[in-house]
Design a protein around this ligand. Structure first.
Ligand code: ATP
Ligand code: MG
Length: 481
């Protein structure tokens, strides 16, 4: 039999694996990563790049600083071979090797034991067989192993073909795999959105079963931090809506983001083509992917609408929904253990998202608005407004008033006028000295009063003038303070 015929007739999966192997051999891996693998292989041991590193190289996605490697060495043996290591997950056989900027997560080949709680396997069982190690992995596209030293690619589940066809497929029986670890449905949603790939029919059918009674998938057992990480991954994807819709199909949106799920079917008014839920998704898709604050705010900006809806002349009105929404958003983000700073920034945008602007606003009015919103948040708030407009589904034009507003703000900032107390030409020490008051809330109140004056008349932010004002106040003259 001719070789070309033999190779070709092995079928499309084998051919895809061959193509993948060729590409991985030609890939330019970071030199320190190759050094780590070579070091692990010393003495006849085995080491493979696995998981995201292999998958993302084949997809031509930019690699992060973190690589996953599997090996037959025990964690203790890995530790012995490197100077800088952190035993991050010893119980699961994982050691983090640090080489300059590069982080290599080295995990001993293992097969998974029984799961009795859908969270962690009861026992971790080591193996010498890299194929067994691939069997425990969740998706075929994540279950390839490549040894850059030998150029060998292991692809027992035909992940290379699935990658080419942009198809997510479970390793083994999907519902069974979800029962072992209830984080997996969330991972499927995250990978579908992040990699822009479609779950195959079996995986989709299993997703639909996840929240059914008696499915055996203990969805509530997943720690909020892990849910948060997967949701953050979905929100960083090109189109988060694909991942969020999969979560909804799996009944997981109800479980993890009920405030959003209940927006479905809440109809709006002539300014919107979508209900509140689909508008939220469209807004989120339209927000800049590299700004997690704006993506979260876009997703949550209208979650106050179901509680505030009042029908007038057949149309929905949502008076004060931004304030109700900000409170709901804060509680939701805290529940998901989102870091405090991110939570505060998102909540702030939700609260301020209804801002209104008219050309006849005075400079003082604009300065007051800037002070409330904070100069750091203005760009994010504009991004949110643009996304909100794009998300109404009516193909209305770009909100052009933002352009005038932006120009005016730029000019105000260039004039470097005072917007916050710390911009004033005097400080708390001056207030205490001039007024003869001790430290305390009164000092802050006096500074705020000076700022109020300066917001109206920026030219008065000079040391000379402000000290004179303080002296007037001390003397009991010069108007309210
Ligand atoms: P990325 O790092 O880009 O998020 P990744 O695929 O590398 O993607 P990791 O969470 O770093 O994801 O995990 C590395 C590999 O470990 C995965 O590719 C997969 O093979 C396996 N894996 C991780 N979590 C699970 C899980 N819950 N169930 C089964 N396999 C998993
Ligand atoms: Mg990874």
């Amino acid at each position: 039999m001719a070789r070309w015929w033999r190779d070709w007739s092995r079928g499309p999966a084998a051919a895809a694996t061959d193509r993948a192997a060729a590409r991985l051999r030609a890939h330019r891996w970071p030199a320190p990563l190759l050094d780590v693998i070579a070091r692990l292989r010393e003495g006849g041991h085995r080491a493979f790049l696995v998981g995201g590193a292999v998958r993302d190289a084949l997809l031509g996605r930019r690699a992060g600083a973190r690589f996953d490697v599997s090996t037959d060495l025990t964690p203790e043996q890995v530790i012995e071979r490197f100077d800088r290591v952190e035993p991050t997950g010893l119980r699961h056989g994982t050691v983090l090797v640090i080489e300059g900027e590069l982080l290599v997560e080295c995990t001993t080949f293992r097969r998974e034991g029984r799961y009795s709680d859908a969270r962690r396997p009861d026992a971790v069982l080591w193996t010498k067989d890299p194929l067994e190690d691939l069997d425990r992995r969740d998706l075929t596209v994540n279950a390839m192993a490549f040894d850059p030293s030998s150029g060998e690619l292991l692809d027992p589940h035909h992940g290379a073909l699935d990658l080419e066809r942009r198809r997510l497929r479970a390793v083994g029986e999907p519902l069974e795999r979800f029962r072992e670890d209830a984080l997996r449905p969330l991972r499927v949603a995250r990978f579908a959105a992040a990699l822009e790939m479609e779950p195959d029919e079996d995986l989709r059918a299993a997703l639909a079963e996840v929240s059914r009674e008696g499915s055996g998938v203990v969805t509530a057992a997943v720690a909020p931090e892990r849910v948060r990480d997967e949701l953050s991954g979905i929100l960083a994807a090109p189109r988060p809506s694909t991942g969020l819709e999969l979560l909804r199909e799996a009944g997981l949106l109800e479980l993890w983001l009920p405030e959003l799920a209940r927006c479905r079917g809440v109809s709006q008014n002539r300014f919107h083509a979508f209900d509140v839920y689909f508008h939220s998704l469209a807004t989120c898709d339209a927000a800049p992917a590299h700004k997690p604050v704006v993506r979260w705010a876009a997703l949550l900006h209208d979650i106050g609408k179901p509680d505030t809806r009042v029908e007038r002349d057949g149309e929905g009105t949502f008076y004060n929904h931004q304030f109700v929404g900000a409170e709901l958003a804060e509680a939701l983000l805290e529940r998901l253990r989102v870091p405090q700073a991110l939570c505060q920034a998102v909540t702030h945008l939700v609260r301020e998202h209804m801002f209104d602007y008219h050309d006849d606003w005075s400079d003082a009015a604009l300065r007051r608005w800037l002070r409330r919103v904070g100069t750091d948040a203005v760009a994010d708030l504009f991004d949110l407004r643009i996304a909100d407009m794009l998300g109404n589904g009516l193909k209305q034009g770009f909100p052009t008033y933002l352009e005038t507003m932006r120009e005016r703000i730029t000019r105000l900032l260039e004039e470097s006028r005072a917007l916050v107390v710390s911009d004033l030409a005097v400080d708390g020490h001056d207030v205490m000295r001039e007024l003869g008051v001790p430290p305390g809330p009164v000092v802050r109140a006096k500074l705020e009063a000076l700022l109020e004056e300066v917001l109206d008349r920026p030219g008065r932010n000079t040391r000379e003038h402000l000290l004179a004002r303080l002296r007037q106040w001390r003397a009991g003259s010069g108007g309210p303070a």
